[in-house]
Design a protein around this ligand. Structure first.
Ligand SMILES: NC(=O)c1ccc[n+]([C@@H]2O[C@H](COP(=O)([O-])OP(=O)(O)OC[C@H]3O[C@@H](n4cnc5c(N)ncnc54)[C@H](O)[C@@H]3O)[C@@H](O)[C@H]2O)c1
Length: 337
């Protein structure tokens, strides 16, 4: 049995609690949230109890779920890892590179298992695209794209109704959400070497809230990529794809993260081949992700997506913001972990 505590009992905690309920080896010893009602909701959902501090259960658990707003992770991560507890941490890993590297370095020093929960890695549609690339079916990558726009945080909802638009906690779309796109590209085996970006926020009353980004990415090996993302578009639509030397493949849907079609054609195919998917935002990926980490804990092996993946995604997000601020192209300089 793996015993865990859930820290942060908001929207994403519902997805994780539902997933935990389907994994017989997982048991929740306590749920921590400054909002007692939220702690109670999640505790009831997974047959647990609210707690008022991590110390209350630290001696009884094997791991934590770290599901707080991104700026509120470091102290919990340090307490847990110094006590030898494994961590499943939501994305983005942190909002500053200093915090993200501190978390990663401590994970490596303590030898605990640490997963940055980039659930897109576990989406069936994304895995089809990844397989197209990694199998060589598309040849060498020439370019990649992620186009996804729609009504997101702060669109038609009052500012301050969640950490995403709370002036004290806001980190904007480039950090909070582009982390997914960046990590999806990295999961295809491409390294981002430079960015040129323009980032915009359309809420003058909340200047730190960027909710639009147009990004050109220079990838290792002379390759290139683009990200076009908006949280303030009136129509939702998305498409991600790869142009390769032997073929092209894409996944697309309505909504930022819905995949309803996978389509491919390569030089061995006379016609494109479409596969219709029911890979919607709230579907199975949280279960698959949780199952993966539970198996890693049971077998003592590092997960497919580590703290370092969180650091590298954040590094690119910060470069995007820097490029937009300065009007300059920004080179990505990786730190060794
Ligand atoms: N992978 C995904 O698909 C996905 C989707 C949604 C959210 N997320 C991520 O999950 C994290 C949480 O997002 P959410 O949508 O659940 O937000 P939310 O606002 O619904 O919930 C956040 C919860 O954290 C609590 N909280 C605030 N400060 C805290 C603290 N110091 N200690 C403990 N709890 C605290 C809040 O009271 C709230 O209940 C974010 O990092 C977000 O990016 C990931």
């Amino acid at each position: 049995m793996i015993r865990t505590a859930i820290i942060g009992a908001g929207g994403i905690a519902v997805k994780h609690a539902q997933a935990i309920n389907r994994i017989p080896e997982l048991d929740v010893a306590g749920v921590l949230d400054p909002n007692p009602e939220r702690a109670r909701v999640i505790a009831d959902l997974c047959g647990s109890r609210p707690i008022s501090s991590l110390d209350e259960v630290l001696g009884k658990i094997d791991m934590i779920y770290l599901l707080t707003p991104p700026s509120k992770r470091v102290a919990y991560a340090e307490t847990a890892m110094r006590a030898g507890k494994h961590v499943l941490c939501e994305k983005p890993l942190a909002v500053s590179l200093e915090d993200a590297c501190a978390i990663r370095d401590l994970a490596e020093q303590t030898g605990v298992l640490f997963m940055t929960a980039f659930n897109m890695r576990f989406r069936p549609g994304y895995r089809m695209l990844q397989d197209d690339v990694l199998s060589g079916r598309l040849g060498e990558i020439i370019s990649v794209w992620s186009h996804r726009v729609g009504p997101g945080s702060g669109f038609g909802t009052p500012l301050g109704d969640s950490w995403r638009t709370d002036p004290d906690l806001v980190c904007g779309m480039a950090i909070a959400s582009l982390s997914h796109d960046i990590d999806m590209f990295r999961g295809l085996g491409v390294e981002i070497e430079m960015v040129a970006a323009r980032v915009q926020g359309v809420k003058p009353e909340l200047p730190a809230f960027d909710n639009n980004a147009q990004v050109v990415l220079g990838l290792a090996g002379g390759r290139a990529g683009v990200i076009n993302a908006s949280w303030s578009a009136h129509l939702p639509t998305s498409s991600r794809g790869v142009v390769g030397t032997r073929g092209t493949a894409l996944i697309r849907g309505d909504g930022f993260f819905d995949f309803v079609e996978h389509r491919i054609r390569n030089d061995e195919m006379e016609y494109p081949r479409s596969t219709w998917l029911n890979d919607l935002f709230d579907a199975e990926s949280y279960y698959t992700e949780n199952r993966h980490f539970a198996d890693c804990v049971l077998q003592r092996v590092q997960p497919d997506v580590t703290a370092d993946n969180g650091v590298e995604a954040l590094r690119v997000s910060l470069a995007i913001l820097d490029s937009s601020r300065t009007g300059q192209t920004v080179q990505i300089v990786r730190s060794s972990s």
